[in-house]
Design a protein around this ligand. Structure first.
Ligand code: ADP
Length: 260
């Protein structure tokens, strides 16, 4: 009997090991396929502006006696495409840098009210261009341990999106609150909203609900991936609530004290 019991036990042990081994392999396969997808997305995104530049330049070269105005027009388009390529490269570099320096946080005690006011001051003229009203509400003073440069980038992305995906004459409300453990930043807008089935994907790299609109407003599809990455590096969380045609709210929660 004893021998039988031992062999049954051994069998279960082997099965357990083989289960966790299979689990590990499938995780590695998933990681590899998401890496491949990322590389193919990056290549595609980087190629798009280059293709446009080539088409524009070729058509200028092909025409004889091109009027100067047409030259100008095409050169403006070429400059726009170069600017776009630059933006994609810069966003990619920020993302790669964030991945590489996950342990390399530059934490200090920062006044979050002042940080938000600075960001709003910088973005207000852009909102004003589209006649969008920006409201800031601070429910209490907040001092927290954060990486100022990284968090500033993350919150700026949210507010820039609230401007880009808003309607003319719309509004944006940014608020700050805290309890004994966390501070909360909320960015709401009166914009076009995000369809329910897209809400799960918006934090993925290069995902865009409407490619044309994102492109038109200078988007790269990397902003929210960067934002989520930064918030996770602060051990925080971000959630989205949105209704198409009504508007969007992003809720951010970050611990007041940075725990290593
Ligand atoms: P993008 O550079 O295209 O703005 P993001 O990663 O910042 O990329 O956002 C991903 C997509 O999520 C956007 O293309 C847009 O479709 C959607 N989105 C983000 N923020 C908002 C918002 N405030 N209102 C509506 N849609 C939004």
């Amino acid at each position: 009997y004893l021998e039988e019991e031992v062999s049954i036990k051994g069998f279960y042990e082997i099965e357990k090991i083989s289960d966790s081994f299979n689990h590990m392999i499938s995780r590695m396969q998933k990681l590899e396929s998401s890496r491949q997808e990322f590389v193919s997305n990056v290549s595609h995104e980087l190629k798009t502006p280059i293709t446009s530049i080539k088409v524009l330049a070729d058509s200028l070269l092909m025409q004889e006696d091109t009027p100067v105005e047409l030259y100008r027009e095409f050169l403006v388009d070429i400059t726009d495409e170069i600017e776009r390529e630059n933006k994609i490269i810069n966003d990619l570099l920020s993302l790669v840098k964030l991945d590489k320096t996950a342990g390399d946080m530059n934490i200090s005690s920062i006044n979050i009210n002042e940080l938000l006011e600075q960001i709003l001051k910088r973005l207000r003229p852009i909102a004003k261009n589209r006649n969008i009203e920006m409201i800031y509400e601070s429910f209490r003073p907040v001092i927290a341990d954060i990486d100022e440069v990284k968090l500033s980038l993350a919150i700026s992305n949210l507010i820039e999106n609230a401007i880009k995906y808003n309607i003319e004459d719309g509004w944006i409300r940014v608020s700050l609150n805290a309890d004994h453990k966390y501070f909360f930043i909320k960015v709401s807008d009166s914009g076009i909203g995000i369809p329910e089935d897209a809400q799960d994907y918006i934090f993925e790299r290069f995902y865009r609900v409407d490619k044309a609109r994102s492109r038109e407003s200078g988007g790269t599809g990397l902003g929210l991936a960067i934002t989520k990455n930064v918030i996770q590096m602060h051990r925080g969380a971000i959630k989205v609530y949105s209704k198409e045609g009504e508007g969007t709210t992003f809720n951010v929660r970050i611990p007041l004290n940075y725990i290593v």
